[in-house]
Write a protein that binds this ligand. Structure first.
Ligand code: G6P
Length: 579
């Protein structure tokens, strides 16, 4: 969401919304006050569709806009935000868990026009406002009745010079500059306007108009909030000549790698970033690519620091049985720092008095603030939905945690050469391999141990941006079922770099080729292993970083050949703040 109070509100709101486009959505809408009347415009599909319909008016000074990623109800105009009911117009991110009960209670007084939980929130606030005739009091009461997650920005027909906002477990930040205020779900929406911002804690209430910006706790006690300054480079939000953000972000990796080393390594030693050696066991919890980085972390932590490490999907972890003990460390990994399942898993660990360490990219995000300890990945703003640089940064920070215990000077020396070596793999031409891949409808990625962990991410990258069905398997598991699918219509992409298990994987490749399927190997093995081969010249413990880059570019090229919307793949969201 992107909401503005101040000069040129429609323009500012829409720029903000466009800068959040990368987060994924399927409809959009805006409400603004003109000639003392609320105007609402909603469209399905791209923001351009909305943009074309808006009558821009530079004199409008209050607007709230939203991009919706359908949860309750289809992606259509009536379900798109803003929702207006009674005197309340609002935009909402999050999910209201008790909306059905609330809707039933409110049904005799309101006629609902959408299937959304958000419209029910608007009705609830309106009913409270009718009773208390005080907006802040109504919001404070609403907080106690709503269950679930929400970031809400609200206009009240009786108070058309103000915006009100509240949040719980869904991100919302407040930018401020010269008595103008912007509410948004993430920093990129603000940066064209200001670098000064406030962070909201759960259940805080904000009242903004052009004279004042006030923060209250849930009991309406006035708060004195700390103002932050975003001091990263604003230019990051442009593609800087690259065709896609994803390609730009892949190309940034050598610099980010160096930045992370500059932060955590000095004089050939890993600094005292965090000591994992005091724990008997580590649990890594995350979602998507962050979880795949967790596996790379497991490989390094177990092989270098000798600490047993288990990796979990956050969405499973939060509902599983646990045997927490004080010698365990729970590491949560998240680019956005807002992923709902990861945040819930973190809270669960905290409630059980286990030490928690967050590896996070977004400064002061919810996960960064909730964890006992935090390490940042310094990857800068990532716009492409499919993560690349953040995943590599997470993997590197995990490796450094392991090296902090096992200060192997040879590995650390070699680490410093990686940024340059990465360039070689970034500049390689993957198109001919991509052309081959693009002809298949089903792809299997395989590998063993760290090669399997890399395969997991390679496969996810390919399927999310090219829409080709792809699955990753431990090479040894193929025989237990999946090999029955092997025929001339299948392509297997094999990662074969780990000396300890290489020979075993090579035998699996032979079995696959004997059944008519084609094999593309990504390997540092110099022999001719398969039908197609992408060569990795490096062969050591750090080879995974070169494989990562090669697989990212491979997926990127396939998606390009297939003319997919690379930066904004269908149905996906960059930051998944709902369960
Ligand atoms: C979404 C994104 C993925 C990301 C995952 C976890 O699914 O599309 O790219 O890996 O969320 O996100 P996080 O922000 O917690 O790393």
């Amino acid at each position: 969401m992107s909401c503005f109070i101040g000069k040129k509100a429609i323009n500012n709101t829409m720029i903000g919304l466009k800068n959040l486009e990368y987060r994924g959505y399927d409809s959009s809408g805006i409400a603004y006050i003109k000639n003392n009347k609320i105007n609402i415009q909603k469209e399905i599909g791209k923001i351009e569709n909305l943009d074309k319909k808006i009558e821009y008016d530079e004199n409008v000074n209050i607007a709230i806009a939203h991009t919706r990623w359908a949860t309750h109800g289809k992606a259509n105009k009536s379900n798109a935000h803003p929702h207006k009911i009674g005197k309340i117009t609002l935009v909402h991110n999050g999910i209201i868990e008790n909306y059905e009960k609330l809707k039933k209670d409110l049904a005799s007084s309101y006629e609902f026009k959408s299937d959304t939980d958000s419209e029910v929130v608007a009705a609830l606030i309106d009913s409270l406002y009718n009773k208390y005739k005080d907006m802040k009091k109504s919001l404070s009461k609403a907080l106690k009745l709503l269950k679930g997650s929400y970031a809400l920005v609200i206009i009240n027909d009786d108070l058309k010079d103000s915006l009100f906002a509240v949040r719980k477990d869904s991100p919302l930040i407040v930018g401020e500059q010269n008595n103008e205020v912007m509410f948004a779900s993430d920093i990129p929406a603000l940066l064209h306007f200001t670098k000064n911002y406030y962070l909201l804690n759960n259940n805080e209430i904000v009242e903004a108009n052009t004279q004042q910006l006030k923060f209250y706790d849930s009991n309406l006690k006035l708060l004195n909030k700390e103002k932050f300054f975003y001091d990263d480079d604003c230019e990051v939000i442009s593609k800087q000549g690259y065709e896609h953000f994803m390609l730009k972000e892949i190309n940034e990796q050598p610099y980010i790698f160096k930045k992370i080393l500059d932060t955590y390594v000095k004089d050939g030693k890993v600094l005292d970033m965090f000591d994992i050696s005091k724990y008997d066991e580590i649990e890594i919890v995350a979602c998507g690519s962050a979880m795949h980085a967790g596996y790379i972390g497991k490989y390094y932590i177990e092989s270098l620091a000798g600490i047993k490490t288990t990796v979990y999907y956050a969405s499973e972890y939060r509902y599983q049985h646990h045997f927490f003990n004080s010698k365990n460390l729970v590491i949560v990994i998240s680019q956005s720092g807002e992923t709902a399942d990861t945040l819930a898993a973190l809270k669960l660990a905290k409630e059980n008095n286990v030490d928690t360490l967050a590896i996070v990219n977004v400064y002061k995000s919810s996960i960064a603030r909730e964890a006992k300890y935090v390490l940042y990945t310094y990857a800068g703003i990532e716009i492409a939905v499919a993560t690349t640089k953040a995943y590599m940064a997470q993997s590197l920070v995990l490796l450094l945690l392991a090296l902090r215990v096992h200060q192997d000077s040879n590995i650390i020396k070699y680490l410093c050469k990686i940024p340059n070596l990465l360039l070689k793999y970034i500049n390689k031409n993957y198109r001919k391999y991509a052309l081959t891949i693009s002809k298949y409808n089903h792809i299997f990625y395989i590998g063993r141990e760290v090669d399997y962990y890399l395969a997991l991410e390679g496969s996810l990258k390919l399927k999310e941006i090219s829409y080709i069905h792809s699955e990753a398997y431990p090479a040894g598991e193929l025989k237990h079922g999946t090999i029955s699918l092997m025929d001339k219509d299948k392509l297997v992409i094999a990662v074969v770099t780990d000396d300890d298990v290489k020979d075993k994987t090579i035998s699996n490749l032979k079995e696959i080729m004997a059944r008519g399927a084609k094999v593309l190997s990504i390997t540092n093995n110099l022999e001719n292993l398969s039908d197609y081969q992408i060569e990795i010249e490096e062969n050591n413990l750090l080879t995974p970083f070169f494989v990562m880059v090669s697989m990212q570019l491979l997926a990127y090229e396939v998606a390009k050949i297939k003319k997919c919307d690379i930066d904004k793949p269908r149905n996906l969201a960059k930051s998944v703040t709902v369960e």
